[in-house]
Design a protein around this ligand. Structure first.
Ligand code: DPP
Ligand code: ZN
Length: 844
């Protein structure tokens, strides 16, 4: 398949003033009639009239009422058209029932729904399916179902039909249609200017009582976007629909968001604290897209980070405001390192704004989303809060209704601040995680910090230029008092030094506070200094980071030198665990060990070939040592962190439960799961039940729980997803592949459902030691399933293939086995464009 390049962008030759669609729904043969008013685009070069269309059967087409015979191809049609404005009409037939790719119009449990981002609309009808073509839509839905929904406001309805009008011009990827046997959980919101908005969350009957938290999150999001960004909602109704079969988390279709049901439905009995937090964040994310994505959209798919980076940044700000900024920042960085750093340091590395792609679905990545959000956070630090607010106002003002670019985005910051951001733009074009080496010097009251930045080569980019790196720094004196509050150093050169004067003693530096830039900081730091910062740093992120670095140093030495767990670390761990001045959520995060994948990457970076078994054993050993060291404190802490009263998903109680979970998991190492079994039996909420279940599985005492959990929850698909995934996540390395394989024969294993597929095959790829078991069984198992799923759902299959992206870190045997699997996939006949591109890049 051919690559598409950013540099080849040309505007479409026409604009569309109006779209009218009629759907006659039928599972095997849905008819779609379109009437589209085209007007020549004076700004575009002259070109052939081409409409995208895939897997749609053309019944007839007319131009200005006269039948025409277009030339059809696999990807669309061309047709002779008049010089000036004209009206295109066509009728096509599509088959939603057979659509297992879950892109375009498809069916999920008897309900019709759509997913059009990025290029699914072309599977619904012939259309210029590109984001820079924006138009107002009117949609008539006909079908023998009680609920018939589309974008915008309801404009008319009757028996078996409904008509929707969306006055806001939008690109086709924001189109949505839903029809089914649905019930609404309803509420309303009054905007700052007094406009009444009906809010509905549409779910299957029986799920209505699981919508209150999502609704509450929606109302808080609407209010927050008014308060913080001055953005009001712009339609009379906002609908959300929960569907069980969905490739992604959720989708921001104008006025009709469609969600993977796992990010909507929650009750204390069935959803964990983490589920609640994710629901809040994703409801907010999709709602915030109404301004950053929908009112201002992307000119082309290379600009995806324009809407995603900004919207992730906004949802992170929101979650921080709703919960705790310190905890949220640590969680976001954990995720960034786990997913984006991993991507950025392997064969799939690409810039935040890629310059070419074969299949755009492969670029909905941690780099575009999470690094895209980091870039905005850096921009805000560099210009300051007031200028950020000014620039955003200008962005909304200047670009409302536009399909914009990163250049437009940067320009509003330049115009609002008078700064030249030319160098900053490299964050969008250079892939790879910059390494920041630090050295320091103290002389005569002057403290000097010297930095060197270097970004490793990534595919297609051998040479990197220096980037603008905001380095937030504070200084402590040896008593632990802050002698220099946080200041942001602006590094622009490859090597640069900064001085602090008037100091009476050599300070202890706290560098990259708040994780002010997405870089890897290298500095020789003693365990004592890390322990000092863990105890005294006033910056909560760096306080946590000091403990994390300490744990990482210890684990890496345990792996590569087979040392004993260090006493200094265990003492520091205990100090944090029992420090009642610290937020329990923070303590839980500070007590967590770095992931095995993270250790593997760090070993690899330091020139050591990581052995996943050795890492697994060292992590186990360290956990046991920690459990022994804290033994006297654990029962007490466990009791202290109980949450009296009815379950509340708020951050305070969730933090206590998180710490209690950490304590329980340590306790289980010493009591063989006795306390966990008690908690499992007594739990009245899913957080407590699942954490007990995990502890039992992790010490190999989970058999009874596996059986009883299934019996209790067999009718709740979202909970059964957890049942599948937890077993695989905690399987012993040599048993992981066999267990996963056995679970795929379970009667509830529905491989065409993406959530269920991920709960087994995805969990396998996240169980580091199990996935990399030296037998290679997991590699073969994963490849078999990727091949099978690719035939039905290329998008989800391709995403899951990233399990192999780290393959070059490992020893020759493992590399050989993974390469063989990648080559086996590549050799399949009829491989999708999605999978073909991914495998090709990984084999690179
Ligand atoms: N645009 C969606 C989201 O990120 C993904 N398709 O919310
Ligand atoms: Zn998004």
């Amino acid at each position: 398949a051919k690559a598409i390049h950013l540099s080849d962008y040309t505007p479409f030759g026409w604009q569309i003033s109006q779209v009218e669609l009629t759907f006659q729904l039928a599972p095997k043969a849905t008819r779609v009639t379109s009437k589209i008013s085209f007007v020549p685009n004076a700004d575009a070069p002259s070109q052939e009239f081409f409409l995208h269309g895939e897997q749609v059967k053309l019944i007839w087409a007319k131009i200005d009422g006269e039948t025409v015979t277009p030339t059809l191809s696999e990807t669309g049609l061309t047709c002779d058209v008049p010089q000036g404005a004209f009206i295109w009409e066509a009728e096509v037939e599509i088959a939603p029932e057979g659509n297992t790719a879950l892109e375009g119009l498809y069916m999920s449990n008897g309900m019709y729904c759509t997913q059009c981002e990025a290029e699914g609309f072309r599977k619904i009808t012939f259309y210029p399916d590109r984001p820079d073509v924006m138009a107002p839509f009117t949609v008539r839905v006909e079908g023998d179902l009680p609920v018939l929904l589309s974008n915008g406001n309801p404009s008319a309805q009757g028996d078996g039909w409904a008509e929707w009008t969306d006055p806001w011009p939008k690109p086709a990827y924001l189109f949505a249609l839903v029809a089914g046997q649905l019930e609404a959980f309803s509420d309303s919101f009054t905007t700052a200017s007094g406009k009444h908005v009906d809010l509905n969350i549409w779910v299957r009957p029986g799920d209505v009582e699981k919508c209150d938290y999502a609704m509450d999150a929606l109302k808080r999001s609407m209010k927050w976007d008014e308060d913080v960004y001055g953005r009001e909602y712009d339609l009379d109704v906002f609908n959300i629909v929960a569907v069980d079969d969905f490739n992604m988390g959720a989708m921001e279709n104008k006025g009709l968001n469609i969600f993977n049901s796992r990010y909507v439905l929650a009750s204390p009995e069935t959803a964990t604290d983490l589920d609640y937090a994710r629901i809040e964040a994703i409801i907010a994310h999709e709602y915030f897209h109404n301004w950053t994505g929908n009112r201002i959209t992307c000119r082309d798919w290379f600009q995806l980070c324009l809407k995603e980076g900004l919207t992730v940044y906004r949802d992170q700000q929101f979650s921080g405001d709703m919960r705790s900024h310190a905890v949220k920042r640590i969680e976001d960085v954990l995720m960034l390192r786990a997913r984006q750093f991993r991507e950025d340091n392997g064969p799939l590395a690409h810039p935040v704004r890629p310059e070419s792609y074969v299949e755009i679905n492969n670029f909905y990545t941690a780099t575009v989303y999470e690094k895209g959000a980091e870039v905005i956070g850096m921009l805000k630090q560099l210009v300051g809060d007031d200028s950020y607010a000014k620039a955003l106002d200008l962005y909304f003002d200047r670009h409302d209704g536009d399909a914009a670019t990163i250049e437009d985005w940067i320009k509003v910051f330049e115009d609002a601040t008078g700064r030249d951001l030319g160098q900053f733009k490299r964050w969008y074009s250079q892939a790879g995680t910059p390494r920041l080496d630090v050295s320091d010097d103290f002389n005569d009251g002057t403290y000097t910090l010297s930095f060197k930045q270097k970004t490793p080569a990534t595919p297609g980019q051998d040479q990197k230029e220096p980037q603008v790196i905001p380095i937030a720094v504070g200084l402590l004196n040896p008593n632990g008092d802050e002698v220099q509050p946080t200041t942001v150093l602006e590094m622009t050169d490859a090597e640069q030094s900064f001085t602090f004067t008037g100091l009476s003693t050599r300070p202890v530096p706290s560098i990259l506070r708040g994780f002010s830039a997405p870089v890897i900081l290298n500095r020789d730091t003693s365990a004592d200094e890390r322990a000092f910062l863990l105890a005294h740093d006033t910056d909560p992120f760096n306080k946590w980071e000091a403990g994390r670095a300490l744990a990482k140093d210890v684990l890496m030495r345990m792996v590569s030198e087979n040392t004993e767990p260090s006493a200094a670390y265990l003492d520091a761990l205990r100090a944090v665990a029992v420090d009642e001045t610290l937020d329990p959520a923070f303590r839980a995060l500070a007590m967590g060990l770095p992931s095995q994948d993270d250790i593997a990457q760090s070993l690899f970076d330091s020139g050591v070939t990581p052995d996943p078994d050795a890492i697994y054993r060292a992590a186990k050993r360290l956990k046991r040592a920690a459990a022994q060291h804290l033994l006297a404190d654990l029962p007490n802490l466990y009791g202290q962190m109980a949450c009296p009263g009815p379950y509340s998903p708020d951050a305070k109680d969730a933090g206590r439960r998180a710490l209690r979970e950490t304590v329980l998991s340590l306790l289980s190492e010493t009591d063989g799961g006795a306390q966990a079994a008690v908690q499992f039996a007594a739990a009245d909420n899913m957080s407590d039940q699942l954490s007990a279940f995990a502890s039992l599985l992790s010490v190999g005492a989970g058999d009874d729980a596996v059986a009883s959990f299934y019996d209790q929850w067999k009718d709740d698909r979202l909970v059964i997803d957890k049942w599948f995934s937890l077993q695989v996540s905690y399987a012993a390395p040599e048993k992981t592949a066999a267990l996963a394989s056995e679970l795929t024969t379970h009667k509830d294993f529905d491989w065409k459902n993406p959530n269920r597929f991920r709960s087994v095959i995805g969990a396998l790829s996240m169980n580091a030691a199990g996935f990399h078991d030296p037998s290679g069984a997991s590699y073969t198992f994963l490849a078999d399933w990727l091949i099978k799923l690719d035939g039905a759902n290329p998008q989800t299959a391709a995403r899951m293939s990233t399990a192999f992206e780290t393959w070059r870190r490992y020893d020759a045997d493992r590399q050989g086995m993974i390469r063989a699997q990648l080559e086996r996939i590549a050799a399949q006949g009829g491989l999708s464009r999605d999978m073909g591109e991914m495998v090709g890049r990984m084999l690179g």
